[in-house]
Design a protein around this ligand. Structure first.
Ligand code: 5GP
Ligand code: MG
Length: 183
């Protein structure tokens, strides 16, 4: 896999340090919401590794839920429509939801999910994204918590894929253009 990578942006150590900081911040911010119930909602599949680490960095009781929201398919360009699939019926009403995303790009995924869960009666819906693209087209859409700002390149690793590959890289790297432009 290494020969397909142009540059490492965030290594294992930087990631674990940042995830620990996010966990501490979220634990402090959500301490008074424990009684009503907190759910981390992991947006599959890209956020799975981040959510697993983040959940362990949060010191409060919480539920761990999973939703699939897909806008990319097999390409490296967002197609703009977002499919939402809940794998288990999620008990949303009255709970505080924290949506866990891998990367915020156009914001289509997060805004579709926030609308979806607000309509389901969640007490609050906030978002945490591991990465945020610096030059994303719609800067009006933001997330409550962000891991790292990242250059406007196609990145893989730490859960992020290209055509279902590279998710298991323990760091985040820029994928060489020729890898996805050939396809
Ligand atoms: P948005 O809906 O904000 O445009 O895109 C969010 C989704 O697009 C992310 O959850 C991720 O699956 C995918 N995505 C956006 N940029 C990248 C990227 O640089 N690399 C990878 N692997 N996926 C990306
Ligand atoms: Mg995703």
């Amino acid at each position: 896999m290494q020969e397909d990578l142009q540059e490492i942006l965030f290594d294992q150590q930087a990631i674990s340090q940042r995830v620990a900081e996010l966990g501490a911040q979220i634990s402090a911010d959500y301490a008074d919401r424990v009684d009503e119930g907190i759910a981390l909602v992991c947006v599959l599949r890209g956020a799975a590794l981040f959510a697993a680490d983040l959940a362990r960095a949060i010191t409060l009781p919480l539920r761990l839920e999973f939703v699939t929201a897909s806008s990319y398919g097999m390409s490296a360009v967002s197609c703009g429509t977002v499919d939402v699939v809940e794998h288990c019926p999620l008990e949303v009403r009255g709970r505080h939801l924290l949506l866990v995303e891998d990367i915020l790009d156009t914001g289509n995924t997060l805004s579709a999910l926030m609308e979806h869960y607000a309509a389901c009666g969640a007490k609050s819906v906030e978002t945490v994204s591991f990465l945020v693209k610096e030059n994303r087209p719609n800067r009006a859409i933001t997330c409550r918590y962000a891991g790292f700002e990242c250059a406007d390149e196609f990145v893989v690793g730490y859960g992020l894929d290209y055509a279902q590959r590279y998710r298991n890289l323990p760091f985040v790297a820029v994928l060489k253009r020729e890898v996805y432009q050939e396809a």
